[in-house]
Ligand binder design. Structure first.
Ligand code: MLT
Length: 260
């Protein structure tokens, strides 16, 4: 297995450890408001995944279980055995990979705008083709097309949340785009892993999400018997579009986990 890398991360607050994992192609700054709010009661750790933000880049393909191992290496450094893993979109796939390969490190799971299914063949092929195109031409077309689908259509693209997300995406290294696209393409289905996980879970979704549509989120929550928070006025970037509602949903879940 390829070696882990030393991720850049923030570590704020004290108490139950909560890891916030960003999606593709972003970095830990998408969680800015949740880090500030949740760290008054919890220890909030927010890494930049391999190749993203300030974390080092390594490898041609980033399998989800390898990205999960990078996160577990952060927990090792911090001397934390088990944490609540909260993942946005690809961060959710990484959380599912952690349940599959490192279940002893996972206390509870939060899924934000994500789903447990493997890619259908056509989607897998699109990801590989997109990775090949980015290797030749760079990632600006992909970033622009993502800007078209990441938010509630009603959100002004010049608003602070949209511009913050655009700025983060624009600075993503080409190799990290390629590595994650290839890694997501090869991820397995996680439904059975989640159904057998035996840890508390919550699903948070944007009611206007065009990437993980509300019906997929509803079915996901039902399939794993988890509470669902459907956030109005939010697309795929629910934590930046509706930061307070996202924090409240996470906070009520963490209170429940703390009482166990
Ligand atoms: C993400 O937001 O992490 C990605 O859209 C996930 C995906 O492409 O499946």
């Amino acid at each position: 297995m390829t070696e882990t890398v030393n991720l850049h991360y923030t570590d704020q607050g004290e108490g139950l450890p909560v890891v916030l994992l960003h999606g593709f192609p972003l970095d830990h700054r998408i969680w800015r408001d949740q880090i500030a709010a949740l760290s008054t009661n919890y220890r909030v750790i927010a890494p930049d995944l391999r190749g993203y933000g300030e974390s080092p880049f390594k490898g041609d393909t980033f399998p989800m279980h390898l990205l999960a191992a990078d996160v577990a290496a952060v927990l090792d450094v911090l001397d934390i055995d088990r944490a609540v893993w909260v993942g946005h979109s690809m961060g959710g796939y990484i959380t599912m990979a952690a349940l599959r390969t490192l279940p002893e490190r996972v206390l509870a799971t939060g899924y934000v705008a994500t789903h447990p299914h493997a890619d259908p063949a056509e989607k897998r092929m699109q990801r590989i083709q997109s990775a090949d195109k980015i290797a030749l031409e760079g990632g600006s077309d992909l970033i622009l097309s993502m800007m078209g689908v990441l938010f509630d259509p009603a959100l002004n693209r010049k608003s602070e949340p949209a511009q913050r997300v655009y700025d983060i995406m624009q600075h993503t290294k080409t190799g990290a785009l390629i590595g994650a696209l290839r890694g997501m393409a090869e991820r397995p289905d996680s439904v059975e892993t989640l159904q057998n996980a035996g840890v508390p879970a919550v699903v948070i979704a944007g009611a206007q999400d065009q990437v993980v549509e509300p019906d997929i989120a509803r079915t996901f929550a039902q399939t794993i018997d988890a509470p669902l928070h459907m956030v109005e006025g939010a697309g795929h970037m629910v934590m930046v579009e509706q930061p307070d509602a996202t924090t409240e949903a996470l906070e009520s879940f963490l209170q429940r986990v703390s009482k166990r």
